[in-house]
Design a protein around this ligand. Structure first.
Ligand code: DOR
Length: 441
């Protein structure tokens, strides 16, 4: 089946091309992208390659490269009641993601070739978005013994991380960086000095004092980023800060880049949009690690995203069961889902003029792809057809019933958002269509 997107606003962050055109897809690739490229082509009739043609009338909707998520928890193996590879990838394509990197804090932990291979195989069988495992830095995420990087790499791991846990031992972290350097894989750190966050439930500040909850100070993130930059510089390794949340960490990443250290960083939608004030009322949906910070951190993160100091937006999609959140605050598990909501909640920042549209799109596509060594997603003739069609004006309400994820833990429930993913295409196949509800290939 060939597909023609007729009269779309092509937005290609790799080249800053922004033009109203027709885009023709044949044999999994972008065959033509230009004004009048679809002239004379008719829905249902054979296209230029003889295949039956599906015509999608764009009416000026946006056609962008498919999104890449560096940070998702799909919970398989071990906690499939929260999410599994299939439901996670359904959520991913509904959110416009064509590539999803999955964190290793599963049960058992992904610290072996066998689990990495299993995940790659599961995703291939399902055939929605592509899945890229992230292998553990240390066995069992215990922060002591390094995993076999060459095995993990060969099996398909794109990066290493102990996400959910920080590698706090400097000797272990130094070795991990040196080892990763020889295989040219990035080390993704969950920056948290656990000695400074023991028993903490939220950001340390006026709100935590008011609520009587133990605080997680900014310094717990900042001291790890500072130390790791020193270690990464020494090792010449690629170092990536997961879910960066403080103004201090943003400043250090900026300085590190200026000094030529191979550092990159990601930020989540929730750290760009919410503050510790959202926790008032003890809303467990807002419990997340690292915690929601203060308005000045949020402003610094938005600036860092707008200027390119932050390379990528990552969802930190963290599904949890109802019982993990319907409990007292200190017992609740940290995390929120994000794959399906990412673009819709973030477009507001573009409308308010805080983040340029092309910066947002870069941080969802070419930025993250580069970090994990994927082909740069493009909307250009000859490129693989990994695309999203976005209706920037569609207004919809985030509701439990319409989420594809098995879990619904998000503080954005009930919010009306503007902007929807209408179509997601992976390698020329439509894997999500919001209007028809067709999602499986
Ligand atoms: O809030 C979080 N949830 N942060 C993490 O680092 C881990 C994640 C999870 O696995 O639930």
């Amino acid at each position: 089946m060939s597909v023609l997107f007729r009269d779309v606003r092509l937005l290609d962050p790799a080249t800053s091309r922004d033009e109203r055109v027709d885009v023709l897809i044949e044999r999994g690739k972008i065959a033509r992208a230009g004004v009048g490229a679809g002239q004379g082509l008719v829905h249902g009739a054979p296209g230029t390659d003889g295949e039956p043609l599906q015509v999608i009338e764009g009416n000026g909707r946006w056609l962008c490269p498919g999104f890449v998520d560096l940070h998702a928890h799909l919970r398989e193996p071990g906690e499939e009641h929260k999410e599994d590879v299939q439901s996670g990838l359904l959520a991913a394509v509904a959110g416009g993601f064509v590539d999803v990197c999955v964190m290793p804090n599963t049960k058992p932990v992904n610290d072996t070739r066998a689990i990495t291979e299993m995940l790659v195989g599961r995703a291939k069988d399902i055939g929605l978005a592509r899945l890229h495992p992230i292998g553990a830095i240390t066995k069992g995420l215990e922060g002591k013994e390094l995993t076999e990087v060459s095995d993990l790499r060969e099996a398909g791991a794109r990066a290493l991380s102990d996400d959910g846990h920080c590698v706090t031992n400097s000797m272990v972290m130094r070795r991990a960086l040196q080892y990763a350097r020889t295989f040219d894989v990035p080390v993704i750190q969950h920056c948290e000095d656990h000695a400074l966050t023991a028993g903490a439930d939220m950001h340390e500040g006026a709100v935590s004092t008011r609520l009587g909850l133990r605080g997680w100070p900014r310094e717990a993130e900042d001291v790890i980023v500072a130390r790791d930059l020193v270690l990464a510089e020494g090792a010449g390794a690629r170092y990536h800060v997961a879910h960066l949340s403080t103004r201090g960490a943003a400043r250090m990443v900026e300085e590190g880049k200026q000094r030529g250290i191979r550092v990159t960083a990601e930020v989540t939608p929730h750290h760009l949009l919410l503050t510790d004030e959202n926790v008032l009322g003890y809303d467990t949906a807002c419990k997340v690690n690292p915690p929601l910070r203060e308005a000045e951190d949020v402003a610094a993160l938005r600036r860092a995203l707008a200027t390119g100091v932050i390379d990528a937006i990552a969802t930190d999609h963290a599904p949890h069961a109802l019982g993990d959140k319907h409990c007292e605050f200190s017992a609740a598990r940290p995390g929120m889902i994000g794959l399906e909501l990412c673009l819709a909640v973030l477009l507001d920042l573009v409308r308010k003029g805080e983040v340029p549209l092309f910066r947002l799109l870069s941080a969802l596509t070419v930025g993250p792809a580069k970090i994990v060594g994927l082909d740069a997603p493009r909307v250009a003739e000859g490129a693989r057809a990994d695309l999203v069609l976005i209706d920037p004006d569609a207004s919809w309400v985030i509701e439990r019933a319409t989420l594809r994820s098995k879990s619904t833990n998000t503080p954005f429930l009930g919010r009306t958002v503007q902007g929807a993913i209408d179509v997601t295409m992976v390698h020329g196949r439509i894997v999500h269509n919001r209007k028809t509800g067709k999602e499986l290939p």
